[in-house]
Design a binder for this molecule. Structure first.
Ligand code: HEM
Ligand SMILES: [Cu+2]
Length: 539
């Protein structure tokens, strides 16, 4: 395999006790703790998905009570978004942003640790809700008003959900300040903004988006809480409020949030594609502008989630136009990845397979997104399985595949061990085929009229649903192989040198210039950008 062991492993760090982890403020330790947190959460959220698919495997299945279906469905979405995707991107960001800019740590190491530890009470609150009276939150991951109001969801589940998500957004906000200060102040001497590796650029834009969007989420959830318990009426018509205000504020956060869940993935994919094409990334400047463009336009499209709420026709046109416009910077990215591969010396490692799988699936999700940006189409498709198909192409085919590509690519750097490529390739094919079998038929079901968020359906929808549930089994097998691979490689993986993929010669990024794993404070001597380096420091 192409895994070249270029240098001997450094002297291993002495065996570390639990307390060393708990008290650590090293960005690498914190990054790794984020990622283990995510592994646990994705297992639970993935098993929840299995329960949903079991219930949906036949039209009259009696596996989950309707109420339980709603709880599991809402928590599956909540966990995947707030407790898997966002912390996963943050975990890789924590580990690699300082390394890639040649810094010794994040700007505020203790704040960094604090942000991570906030996620523990958040996770506990989210799960504990299953055991209180009335059970977990069941109003969908969007918690729309008035469904999540005291009147219709009077049990404590919604309150616990609100507090859990609030803690998560506080963690994100503090983290984003840390990323921005780190990127602006701690770059290696001589590294200009336009020489930063793309993963760093995507985190720069991501952090700015979080800083603008997350306080709005925290605010709207606080308003919801006040309405529920303290007699305010922000969302209650009887008290002069308006439930639509909830949707505006929620989507002002949550549309940008879909980019928050994908941008660092784009950055990682850029580095993987370049490394395994043996070429520098095509069109670095265009990629940077596309990233900034996506961040900017991402704030002007939230209304596409509200086309059927009686919005003024002119406003519908505005949001439809903006939503289609965002395909332009996204298209630039896809073009640049393809152009990088074009004529390159491709190496089909597992990371590269996942990156290529990512490009193909994300494009599919983008295309169904353009369908939905058309008002007449959306009016038909809103709240059908077409939408569920679309989000899974973007979030599973996009974000999750990017995270797996990043894992295979950077695992050797983080642990000093190689992952098994053989298991990795099985994981890839099972994921890729399973993902399409599970989520492609959802588009047809949506067009046929199957509504989302239902625990039962008309008999004619059964064959495709049955097929989707078989697809889940393939994804499950892939997940099991992936976890086995992680654990086995940690214990018995082949040793990785400083630059196991031979990526430094191609990209010139700094993470390959130090040992695997890097020592405390990352570099013996801080790298500098000069002369030739300026040309190649780009990811
Ligand atoms: C094992 C793979 C997965 C399967 C089989 C699966 C299955 C499902 C199903 C069947 C639903 C629809 C529930 C309904 O409308 O009644 C759903 C909803 C959802 N899924 Fe997944 N899913 C998977 C992975 C993911 C991933 C990786 C994400 C990433 C973020 C995700 C995010 C969501 C969201 C946000 C919803 C919407 C929940 C809501 O309507 O409130 N899922 N999933
Ligand atoms: Cu959106």
């Amino acid at each position: 395999m192409s895994a070249v062991v270029s240098e001997p492993l450094p002297v291993p760090r002495s065996r570390r006790g639990l307390l060393d982890w708990l008290a650590s403020t090293d960005h690498k330790d914190i990054g790794i703790m984020y990622l283990w947190y995510v592994v646990l959460m994705v297992i639970v959220a993935g098993l929840f998905a299995g329960l949903l698919r079991l219930q949906l495997s036949s039209a009259n299945a009696k596996f989950l009570h309707p109420e339980m279906y709603n709880q599991i469905m809402s928590m599956h979405g909540t966990l995947m978004i707030f407790f898997v995707m966002i912390p996963a991107m943050t975990g890789f960001g924590n580990y690699f942003v300082p390394l890639l800019i040649g810094a010794r740590d994040m700007a505020f190491p203790r704040l960094n640790a604090f942000s991570f530890w906030l996620l523990i009470p958040a996770g506990v609150l989210a799960f504990a809700a299953f055991f209180v009276q009335g059970g977990a939150m069941a109003a969908g991951w969007t918690a729309y008003q008035p469904l999540s109001s005291h009147q219709f969801s009077g049990t404590p589940g919604v309150d616990m959900w609100i507090l859990a998500v609030q803690l998560g957004s506080l963690a994100s906000i503090l983290g984003s300040i840390n990323f921005i200060v780190t990127i602006h102040n701690m770059r290696a001497p001589g590294m200009k903004m336009m020489q930063m590796p793309l993963f760093v650029w995507t985190w720069e834009v991501n952090a700015a988006m979080i800083l603008i969007a997350s306080p709005v989420l925290a605010g709207v959830l606080l308003m919801s809480l006040l309405d529920r318990h303290f007699g305010t009426g922000f969302f209650q018509p009887a008290l002069g409020g308006d439930p639509l205000l909830y949707q505006h504020l929620f989507w002002f956060y949550s549309h940008p949030a879909v980019y928050i869940m994908i941008l660092p993935g784009f950055g990682a994919i850029s580095q993987v594609v370049a490394a395994f094409s043996g070429k520098k990334l095509f069109g670095y400047k265009g990629m940077v502008f596309a990233t900034v463009g996506i961040g900017f336009i991402g704030f002007l499209v939230w209304g596409h989630h509200m086309f059927v709420t009686g919005m003024a026709p002119g406003l519908r046109m505005f949001f439809a136009f903006m939503s289609m416009l965002i395909a332009v910077p996204t298209g630039i990215k896809v073009f640049s990845w393809l152009a990088t591969m074009w004529g390159g010396k491709l190496r089909f490692t597992t990371a590269m397979l996942f990156a290529m799988g990512f490009v193909s699936l994300f494009v599919m999700g983008g295309i169904s997104g353009i369908f939905l940006a058309n008002v007449p189409v959306d009016v038909q498709m809103e709240d059908t399985y077409f939408v569920v198909g679309h989000i899974h192409y973007v979030l599973f085919g996009g974000s999750l595949m990017a995270l797996i590509a990043a894992t295979f690519f950077w695992f050797p750097k983080m642990t000093g061990k190689m992952m098994s490529e053989k298991l990795g390739k099985w994981t890839f094919w099972l994921t890729y085929i399973g993902m399409n079998v599970t989520f492609l038929p959802m588009h047809w079901l949506g067009i046929m009229g199957m509504p989302r968020r239902v625990y039962t359906y008309r008999p004619e929808f059964e064959p495709l649903n049955r097929l989707e549930s078989y697809g889940y089994l393939l994804i499950l097998a892939a997940g099991v192989l992936f976890v086995i691979n992680l654990i086995r490689s940690l214990r018995k993986g082949a040793r990785a040198g400083n630059d196991p993929w031979g990526a430094e010669a191609v990209q010139g990024t700094f993470e390959w210039r130090t040992s695997s794993p890097p020592p405390k404070e990352n570099f013996e001597e801080l790298p500098e950008v000069e002369g030739q380096r300026i040309e190649t420091a780009r990811g």
